[in-house]
Design a protein around this ligand. Sequence first.
Ligand code: URA
Length: 439
Amino acid sequence: MIPAQFIAQKRDGLAQSASDIQAFIKGLLAGTVTEYQMTAWLMAAYLQDLNEEETWALTSAMLNSGKILGLPSVKRPKIDKHSTGGVGDKISICLAPLVASQGVAVPMISGRGLGHTGGTLDKLEAIEGYQTRLDAKRFETIVRTVGTSMIGQTDELAPADRTIYGLRDVTATVESIPLITASILSKKLAEGIDGLVLDVKVGRGAFMHTLPRARRLAELLVDVGTRAGKRVVALVTDMNTPIGRTIGNALETREAIEILRNLGPADTRELTLVLGVEMLMLAGVTRSAKDARDRLVKALASGEAFECFARMVKAHGGNTSMVEDTDKLPTTKQRVAVLAKFSGWVSAIDPMQLAQVALELGAGRLRADQKIDPAVGITLSAKVAEHVEVGQPLGYIHVHSKKAGADMVDRVHAAFTIRKTRPKESPLVLVRVPKTGKR
Ligand code: URA
């Protein structure tokens, strides 16, 4: 494989062999392929696309660039879930312990927030003392004894993705379906899982803005994951409005704990249950979706799921009194109300607009090395399809100074569309791959 010829092949739209793709990735890590050659190929791949064969070759080369965890001492079926990223997406925090409480091991390696999407690790770190950097041995022990552990990406897992993602981020090559597929799957397959449920977000607050593109991403993820010998299901879910009623790290952790307490917003609960059903079925715990749902509903009501979460936090060195009493989680000194200027039905809430405000308040980061503020964020008092009267709060901005909140009020207000007629509610799950029935 000669790098310049390899790049030219993709530039000219030709299909590439698995062995050449593998050699190119190996060369990147060895330093015989430069970052500018990699970037040129990434742009060619972005423009010319990769077929399924090439995507599988790229995934496997990236996966094999590092260690693959076996988790040999974990005897239960190992199933994980991955979301392509949304606004207010705290689902992993309640889903992993819920599913783990039902006899499934959930080894979850999560990311940090970057740009408009939040990251599970930042949310968990709102709990004082919670360690996200554990070695592979400790991770395995917690998965075996508690049922789930949520940690950060280590340098050893899929190192090629770290370099390639960094290059894509600054060269406008992130939004490529095959490149996203290889990036996600190389990291997830390195966890040593038996199965994976993918939550592919579509809409204004997602990477994929249209249903056809989201469907193609879901199909490619399932096809490539299945080739890797894993059981994989993808759900395309709506991301045109924030999930639940909170955006911001500690606020979202609090909401996830409310779900585990059998409380919390209906949409957060429903998405947790829908994904949980898929995970129980992939694990082979039950063959009936109804039975799976019944078990999960019971585990929320009985406190089993909450207990599992508390045990995981303890095993990670976290302060469990913050889990028992979420008022102890970091909070801001001020809460500035955003009041409705008209009466009517909330027909839309723009997730990007709110994510941008939260980011600027300090809840997120624009560069990977930036520190975040766990306490700041936005809570929604009104959701889509709810009625508001003029002067009623649409939400609150959680900030450290009244001035910082006042500066954002108009922007948060502008995220809401209020109309005279009640909007039709859109379904949460738009597509399942494979189609229901072909499990
Ligand atoms: N998430 C990832 O891990 N990789 C991508 O390329 C996009 C989203």
